[in-house]
Design a protein around this ligand. Sequence first.
Ligand code: AP5
Length: 219
Amino acid sequence: MKTIILLGAPGAGKGTIAEGIRNESVFIHVSTGDMLREAVKNGTVVGRQAEGFMKRGELVPDDVIVGIVGERLDRGARDLAYMFDGFPRTLEQARLLDETLSRYASKVDKVFLLDAPRELLMARLTGRRVCRKCGQSYHVINIPPKKTGVCDLCGGELYQRADDSEATILNRLEVYSKQTESLISYYEKKGVLVRIDSARQRQDTVAEILAIAKPLIAT
Ligand code: AP5
């Protein structure tokens, strides 16, 4: 089993870059944010536990997150390649991921830290629109749909995420620096962290990551 992680602040482009990598490799995309939004939409127990935290831009408790990720890994075959987006987000989650992977005689292979300046993060998040039907993400200026408010792929309605208001974005950025940034040194010490400039065109960022991630599959 191979594991890569996309780490970065809200709006750094984790979801966008993950989509590019998924389309050109065998990495299976696991986004805890997407899993939680689906759970909220379906009104499941996890969804009810997570909803309030997400609306406020706070982290969902570690036990809920570790539960859904553990379930996802247990369902998959051992020889797959995983790409985590938005997970882990705390030291506790990172340690529990290490423990889980060690049960499969595996480890985190690479962590790509997507780096972009704060003003860019804000502009990306306030302009993001997402398809209600298929989840495709757009940006009103950077990556606009062909027809305003309509998904190019499935014709679904585009909406603004509940946590993409300016006040909630500010809180999410604060939560990132208080609770998630410590993962940078955690993975740096393990020698698996790679810093990536994600203020560029998305295809350049995707290409740089693929050049490092694809050879992992062959080993
Ligand atoms: P999550 O969904 O993971 O949100 P996030 O980390 O805040 O990240 P975003 O999805 O907002 O940003 P992104 O980096 O993916 O950027 P994107 O590619 O969309 O989590 C949401 C919530 O769920 C959390 O707040 C928390 O409550 C909970 N949660 C999730 N995981 C958790 C965990 N492990 N533990 C605890 N709680 C958890 O890009 C943003 C915009 O920019 C888009 O419009 C895009 O089109 C545009 N864009 C991106 N890249 C480019 C580019 N290169 N050029 C031009 N435009 C670009």
